[in-house]
Design a protein around this ligand. Structure first.
Ligand SMILES: [Zn+2]
Length: 210
């Protein structure tokens, strides 16, 4: 395995699957504070993180060890990273959690995953997209006569006739620069010949952020 720098970010450092018996064997050896005796071990977990506590009769102190670093002061990094991985892969969360349960791996609940999505993942994805889009728009400001393509679709990808997805594509950058989900009935009729009213509204919303 290649060398890992001490300042490597938690998301980049390697992770392993550790068995209960192997960890218990390690923590049963001696008290990690006074290096004597046979400490009493209690094991707890928080989602995918194990928490081992040694209670020592010799020195009367207890030593606690967590199998994961904490992020934002209290959240086990492995729990957040597992939710992140599932979302980024576009995988079915219930299937992934079932796979892990089948092999006996400690995991969090479906409810926790949706909490992670709402609290951490969606805000981060939105922030990244807005920054990325800002950079694309800055690039486009330097291109005179920028050429755009746009399209809208509804009543597909979920069969909703109420909402439509509208996309603006920059032919200069060869990238999607803006998209929006709009309620079809709220779209204004803009009288430009051969221009889809929904698309016209989309162009208007693009101009607002530009
Ligand atoms: Zn001790």
């Amino acid at each position: 395995m290649h060398r890992v720098d001490p300042d490597t970010k938690v998301e980049d450092e390697p992770k392993f699957i550790a068995f209960y018996s192997k960890l218990l064997g390690l923590f049963s050896l001696f008290c990690f504070l006074c290096r004597k005796g046979k400490p009493k071990i209690t094991v707890n977990r928080s989602g995918t993180m194990a928490v081992f506590t040694q209670t020592c009769k010799e020195c009367g102190r207890s030593f606690q060890w967590r199998s994961q670093p904490l992020v934002l002061g209290k959240y086990p990094a492995g729990n957040i990273l597992l939710s992140f991985g599932i979302l980024m892969a576009g995988a079915s969360v219930s299937r992934v959690l079932l796979v892990l349960k089948h092999m006996g791996l400690a995991v969090f609940s479906l409810r926790t995953y949706f909490l992670h999505q709402k609290k951490f993942l969606f805000p981060v994805v939105l922030h990244y997209w807005e920054e990325y889009r800002g950079k694309l728009l800055d690039q486009l400001k330097g291109i005179p006569g920028a050429v755009w393509s746009g399209d809208g679709r509804f009543d597909s990808m979920g069969h909703s006739a109420k909402y439509g997805t509208y996309t603006m594509f920059s032919c200069d950058l060869m990238k999607i620069v803006h998209f929006d989900i709009l309620q079809v009935s709220s779209i204004l009729v803009i009288c430009i010949p051969h221009l889809n009213p929904a698309l016209a509204k989309m162009i208007y919303s693009l101009l607002l952020i530009w």
